[in-house]
Design a protein around this ligand. Structure first.
Ligand SMILES: [Zn+2]
Length: 178
């Protein structure tokens, strides 16, 4: 079923996105929601016709689900909102370069464009370790963009992992018995 271009304003408060920065700022807000759950802070939003149709943030620990990445959760919700398995014309904003799984899901969803803030040298499947979104052999290719909001996203991730390392150090220190 084709969209008619007049998505109703439902389920997400109908936030409007007029630029990549605005889209990534909303994704960053989702990353903060992940942080509040003590999850690796990654967030994503799906935008169609300039309107946010779905949001998602990493919930792998919370849901005990290795596939509960921000992009996958946002795609599932967007598909439910649109009522179609394909999100033709959608732009997905995500704080971190999609992993191979998410890049595959974005390709299956036929999204038009994927925008991320920072690359992921250990898991990135879009440019860092592979080119799932743009490989000419793929059935579907997405436009991509990156770099906006990179400082904010990097600071959030750095703070999260520094905190984790500090807590790990503290837990291995000799307990204070005084
Ligand atoms: Zn992923």
């Amino acid at each position: 079923m084709e969209r008619d271009g007049s998505l109703p304003d439902r389920s997400t408060g109908a936030a409007k996105v007029g630029s990549d920065r605005e889209g990534l700022e909303l994704a960053l807000a989702e990353a903060h929601a992940a942080l509040a759950l003590d999850e690796v802070p990654v967030g994503a939003v799906v935008v169609i016709d300039g309107i946010v149709v779905a949001r998602g943030h990493n919930r792998t620990r919370t849901d005990c689900d290795p596939t509960a990445h921000a992009e996958v959760l946002a795609l599932r919700r967007a598909a439910a909102v649109v009522g179609a398995q394909r999100l033709i014309g959608a732009t997905v904003y995500t704080t971190v370069e999609p992993c191979f799984m998410c890049a595959g899901a974005l390709s299956h969803a036929r999204v038009a464009r994927v925008v991320w803030a920072v690359r992921d040298p250990k898991f990135g499947g879009a440019v860092s370790l592979g080119s799932v979104l743009t490989d000419p052999r793929m059935n579907h290719r997405c436009q991509t963009a990156e770099g906006e909001c990179a400082d904010e996203v990097r600071a959030l991730l750095r703070g999260f992992f520094e905190d984790k390392r500090r807590k790990a150090r503290e837990s291995t220190d000799t307990p204070d018995l005084s």
